[in-house]
Design a protein around this ligand. Structure first.
Ligand code: SME
Length: 166
């Protein structure tokens, strides 16, 4: 059975990147932009149960929960824990086909079976990660990785001009 929320759209990779471009160019506030990007990912990817961001906290180097689509999730991940911590430690995309077999996987949603984590790197430092989970084993393929890595590049380019609330 196709698992999709009722408002899942048929978006191509090009659509996703074009919408992302629009989001990032129309506003500079970090939370506003990441919130809309999380909603976009939740809408664009079929058969997923979670999509969102963990942001690097300067003081601790932990990854702290940011805007997301899905169920409430763990708030803080200390590398090298979890799929996220491993991706951060290796500073590269990590695709896990079966999270139940991944040592140290952090199960925020017990329904998750596969996961992809893509770091966003600015001036050689990871500032945040994109994390998408699926209830289906082996859900994430090279085309998914490619679109998420292109999104990571767009976020990275926009990052220096992002603002907070002060
Ligand atoms: N599964 C992740 C934790 C974050 S949740 O999936 C939203 C991990 O193992 O790092």
């Amino acid at each position: 059975m196709e698992m999709a929320n009722s408002w899942t759209a048929d978006l191509t990779s090009a659509d996703v990147l074009q919408f992302a471009e629009g989001i990032l160019s129309g506003e500079s506030n970090c939370i506003a932009n990441l919130s809309n990007l999380a909603a976009l990912l939740g809408q664009a990817f079929r058969r997923i149960n979670w999509a969102g961001f963990y942001l690097r906290e300067d003081a601790t180097q932990d990854l702290v929960l940011g805007p997301f689509f899905g169920r409430p999730a763990c708030t803080r991940i200390t590398p090298p824990k979890g799929v996220i911590g491993q991706a951060v430690q290796m500073a590269q995309t990590l695709v896990v086909d079966n999270v139940l077999d991944f040592p140290g996987h952090i199960a925020c949603d017990a329904a998750s079976r596969s996961e992809i984590v893509v770091p966003v790197i600015v001036n050689g430092k990871i500032v945040l990660v994109i994390d998408v989970d699926s209830p289906e084993y082996g859900r994430f393929r090279s085309d998914d990785q490619m679109v998420l890595e292109m999104l990571a590049d767009k976020i990275s380019q926009a990052w220096p001009s992002m603002t907070w609330y002060q």
